[in-house]
Design a protein. Structure first.
Lengths: 276, 409
């Protein structure tokens, strides 16, 4: 990685993984991968199917524990034993399936699992502080310029892009510092994709570290500062967005020299992989 | 929406206006999608009452309406528990028989072992809670569909009921406190004071909600809207009291039922627990990831459902002045589940209100009561009730399909 990284703050990494390896039986899913994301930076994570993107993100979000390697957050080494540990640190994950409750409205979805209770009455019958939650939801969505028909709209009736926006906004209700987005633009139309990409830029402006996993290089090039390419569980390269081309990324993903004749080599490896 | 990226931030002045627009739009959309169950049910209820009044002019008399409210009190109580279970997307087939079993436990303790009424009632409710805890734990621990577990309960608790009742197979209720539950009527000033208290409580809570929203800088209902809502509640409350007062009066059993409905409606819509129930019913996986202890919510709902069944059973015993081998049997299960479903509680979980227990109970109760007045044979009554239930479920499923199509666009 170049010393003059394109990040806004340029300071020490917010979330950093050092030499992370993960093995599932005979499959080496990750092999000594380094990764870091700074505050106010969007890092793209790309790679072919089975390259280890999902495994890496699950290590970051605490779902998997790495066999080897270190997890650093805000400059300190951390031992993350589950998703709750990662959430407590400030690492929020937005899954591809969004995990929204379609029957609840936007406010309820933003606060699900961390509802606010008003001061009055006692015991289990204490009421939800709907006014406060609605106010915060309105402010948050306004900050992110997410436009919805109403914050009291049932989420099931929103469009795909609006739902994705709600899912991303939800990760910011806690004290999130790093947001992991798993395929945020998959299954979205052109306009809705633009909407979500704009939202990702605003997360960067808010000073969050953002990690975007995507298959769509066009989207990645539009929004990220750096790209980490994974190939067969190893780091195939880190590219600053201003200093690379799509062709370079593609060749790093496939392992073929751009314009070169790596085809034989490639098919040979595929065969070897299949044989395993 | 397509221009979201390019559009400048909406000015604060524009925001409320947009929101109000969205609100109206949402209501229209929901009507179009076959939601707003309560409205649909009220229209259905008016139709049913119209038909039966035309067929028999005794239907809409004060005497019959007092009978109707007594008839629905116990079933409606059981239905509150059914609503909670349905909101989770589960089902409890044991509610009716548990109501019979718990009433039998109370009857035996009070009438044969000389317990006072209060501990006897408490023991019955505790037994219901224990049954719910057991069934809910089996459902969550082993991941068995609640349909099967509570079907086993339906049969098993029937056996327990026979065992508790012993050789005679019936226990008469003479304890005055228990008899008074369904035998007390409030007339004249007392009844009107109760209605006034209801209206006052509603007005105060509406004003409080409005004050909170204004303090938070949100769009709140205008004073006119609040006044209209309070007037509507006053009209219904005083209207019901005025009609029932022409006969025996306002039954305590109805007051108890409405009290429970109000409390559980508050629990579902306004407390953290209720929100978690709706979240689990809407998307259990999302709820789990959000940190909700899904299994605990499930078990708690089964505990509440069985406890409410016990309460319903006690009201039944009080009205019939006895508990016997057919308590909790016959069509009680069908009626207790059909009521909420007819009133718009979705079988797929996450959608519906506790008021459906009361409204659905009224619909089902009116049909049964009306057909009794017309002296229709049981064969007809069963077929009509079954047909109404099927129609309600079809409407629910059709609304769900429309929602899914709308969601995909």
């Amino acid at each position: 990685m170049t010393a003059t990284s394109g990040s806004a703050n340029g300071g020490q990494p917010l979330l950093a993984l050092r030499g992370v390896s993960k093995r599932f039986g005979a499959v080496q899913a990750l092999d000594g991968v380094d990764f870091e994301v700074r505050a106010g930076e969007v890092v793209g994570l790309v790679g072919d199917n089975g390259a280890g993107k999902s495994t890496l993100v699950k290590v970051m979000s605490g779902i998997y524990m790495a066999d080897e390697g270190e997890y650093h957050f805000d400059g300190e080494r951390q031992h993350v034993h589950g998703p709750n540990d990662a959430t407590a640190l400030g690492v929020a994950t937005v899954y591809q399936d969004l995990a929204l409750c379609d029957n609840l409205d936007v406010v309820a979805n933003l606060f699900v699992g961390r509802e606010e209770i008003s001061g009055g009455a006692g015991g289990v019958l204490r009421g939800l502080d709907e006014a406060s939650m609605e106010q915060q939801a309105g402010e948050l969505l306004q900050t992110l310029t997410v436009r919805l028909p109403s914050v009291r709209q049932e989420v099931g009736l929103l469009s795909g892009g609006q739902r994705q926006s709600v899912a991303i906004a939800r990760s910011l209700i806690g004290e999130a510092k790093v947001v992991l987005l798993d395929e945020p633009t998959a299954a979205l139309g052109v306009a809705q994709t633009a909407q979500v990409l704009a939202l990702i830029r605003r997360l960067r402006e808010q000073g969050l570290g953002v990690v975007v996993i995507s298959h769509n290089l066009a989207d990645v090039f539009e929004v990220v500062d750096r790209i980490l390419v994974l190939r067969l569980g190893r780091k195939a390269g880190i590219f600053e967005i201003g200093e690379t081309t799509r062709e370079e990324i593609v060749s790093a993903i496939t392992g073929a020299e751009f314009g070169g004749n790596g085809g034989d080599d490639e098919s040979g490896r595929d065969a070897a992989e299949a044989a395993r | 929406m397509s221009t979201a990226a390019a559009t400048p931030e909406p000015t604060p002045a524009a925001a409320p206006e947009r929101e109000a627009e969205g609100g109206r739009f949402a209501v229209l959309q929901r009507v179009a999608q076959g939601e707003l169950g309560p409205l649909r049910v009220l229209i259905g209820l008016i139709l049913i009452w119209g038909v039966f009044t035309l067929a028999n002019d005794r239907f809409l008399t004060a005497t019959n309406l007092v009978n109707l409210s007594l008839q629905i009190a116990a079933t409606g109580m059981i239905s509150i528990g059914v609503v909670l279970v349905l909101l989770l997307g589960e089902i409890d087939l044991s509610v009716a028989i548990v109501s019979g079993l718990c009433a039998a436990i109370m009857a035996v303790l009070v009438e044969q072992h000389g317990w006072a009424a209060a501990p006897g009632i408490a023991a019955a409710i505790a037994a219901g809670a224990a049954i719910g805890l057991f069934q809910g734990s089996v459902v969550t621990r082993f991941g068995i569909p609640s349909f099967v577990v509570t079907l086993a309960g339906l049969i098993g608790w029937q056996g327990a009921l026979l065992y508790v009742l012993g050789d005679t197979g019936t226990v008469n209720i003479t304890n005055p406190t228990i008899v008074d539950l369904a035998g007390t009527f409030y007339t004249g000033a007392t009844a009107y004071i109760i209605a006034a208290a209801v209206v006052a409580a509603f007005a105060l809570s509406s004003l409080d909600a409005r004050r909170r929203r204004l303090r938070a800088g949100l769009v709140a209902a205008t004073p006119v809207v609040v006044a209209v809502r309070v007037a509507a509640v006053a009209l219904v409350s005083f209207g019901v009291v005025a009609v029932l007062d022409q006969d025996r009066g306002l039954p305590l059993a109805l007051v108890i039922l409405i009290g429970f409905v109000v409390v559980f409606d508050y629990v579902v819509r306004r407390t953290r627990f209720g929100r978690h129930v709706l979240a689990v019913g809407g998307n259990a996986e999302a709820a789990r990831r959000a940190g909700i202890r899904v299994d605990r919510v499930r078990v708690m709902v089964f505990v509440l459902a069985s406890s409410l069944s016990a309460c319903g059973g006690i009201l039944f015993a009080s009205r019939l002045l006895a508990v016997n081998q057919s308590s909790g049997g016959s069509d009680l299960l069908l009626l207790a589940i059909a009521g909420p479903v007819i009133a718009g509680v979705s079988l797929f979980g996450g959608r519906g209100t506790v008021w459906a227990a009361l409204l659905g109970g009224l619909v089902i109760g009116s049909i049964t009561n009306g057909m009794d007045l017309l002296a229709l044979p049981s064969s007809t009554k069963y077929m009509v009730t079954g047909g109404v239930l099927l129609a309600a479920v079809v409407v629910d499923a059709a609304a769900r399909q429309r929602r899914q199509r709308a969601g995909r666009v």
